[in-house]
Design a protein around this ligand. Sequence first.
Ligand code: GDP
Length: 505
Amino acid sequence: AKLEQKKMSEAPAERPPVVVVMGHIDHGKSTLLDYIRKTSIAENEAGGITQHIGAYEAIHKDNEGKEHHITFLDTPGHAAFAGIRSRSASVADVAILVVSAEDGVKPQTLEALACIKKCGIPFIVAINKIDKPNADVEKTKNNLVENEIYLEGYGGDVPWTAISAKTGQGINELLDLVLLAAKIGGLKSESDKAVLGIIIEVNHDAKRGSSATAIIKEGVLQKNDYVVAENAYSPLRTMENFRAEPLGEARPGQPVRIIGWHGEPRIGVELRVVKTKREAWKMAENFLVESKTNTATEKNSEGTAVAPIVIKADVAGSLEAIVHELEKIKEEKLKIKILASGVGEITEGDIKTAATASERAIIVGFNVGIDASAKAAAERLGVQIESFDIIYKLSEWLETFVAARRPKVTTEEMTGRAKILKIFSKNKDKQIIGGRVEEGILIPGAIVKILRRETEIGRGKIRGLQQQKATITEAKKDTEFGALVEAKTEIVAGDRLEAFALVTK
Ligand code: GDP
């Protein structure tokens, strides 16, 4: 208790900003998060052992040597829920938009930007990979401006900095900018308010049961209270920080791992605090009753599936190669979890490990045999074993395995995009516009999003298309057209229309 008290009195008055790193794939988000994790976690803490709970706290020293805490979200798929607003807050307070100085702005850069704008949080552009010979910072800046990301010093006010997530160049400055953005945003440690927390990660552990990480945005979680997240609830008996150290309380800006859930909380869901188990249980029960009549809450679902596996290989070298293959899998909706791995033949112990996992676990063997008792146990417990002797065969199998286990999601895929050049007339919700196709094609009947500065402001339907006064069945890329669009939202010149198809994968 003494230790806890000491921690409380030392708690910083300013609250750590919660930062999400976004951007196109391969532009260096993970590398940046790894670099900051490695270099900015307090060295004085014993061992420096951290656990993966979906977020970590970094310490950054400003020019005057003053220490500031910054919380980074590092949940796979965080980009998917960074935009979730819960009541009045989004999970993140500040976003870092990573753009590679080799590649410039890419489709996911713009998607990330739209998401950032939607949640209304400040962002900083980090132009990454400047250590690479092909890096061109000037070109990247121009490219950003062309895409309406108006950088400071280039006619806008978006702070930016050039970095290398590999060498660490510029990262200090980047963290300064993060703190500045948070300060301008007016982050206060609203610890006197009612608790507002959002679940960012959920884990199963055979021994400890369900645990979940929440980011606290307002208020303070106190030990021995109860939290409720929809139909799941937990006593606040075991709370840990990302270093697996016990916490007596969790303050705004802090990630906290809560262990001991009844039921399974979902990612993106808000936490509520009650004083007794009875209240917690009642609230969770009520949610089930209400949710039968209200399906709107389904929207928050992250739907990440976990595919646990046990790996056995002949030698350490092949084990390493297999783990490497697994790391190559980048699936937002599926997490491959290595339950256990080792060298030697498949034993009964391995089968038991696989059988007791909360999801169906698979055993992958590479150049190893199965002992007789293991074979019998596998049959008895219904555990699947896959054996390989060539790595590429294993990779091939992994691909089909991932495809089969990945939850199906329906997404909107852009099929055509046009810039509005002129508005000819508007009669109620029928608008006649002139535009130019920038990408793909437009066809009559297409449902379109109306975008203003990359943010969707409404939707409409293309009722008819014309070119040189003749009716056409499609407007191709780089051609100008006239269209009758039916939409409640008033379209203005400079807006974009984006047609899309619903694709289930
Ligand atoms: P993510 O998909 O955005 O998370 O991208 P990653 O962090 O996985 O990076 C993609 C690739 O770029 C990896 O091979 C990284 O090692 C490399 N990379 C990322 N940042 C840098 C950088 O600043 N310099 C160099 N040279 N390589 C980088």
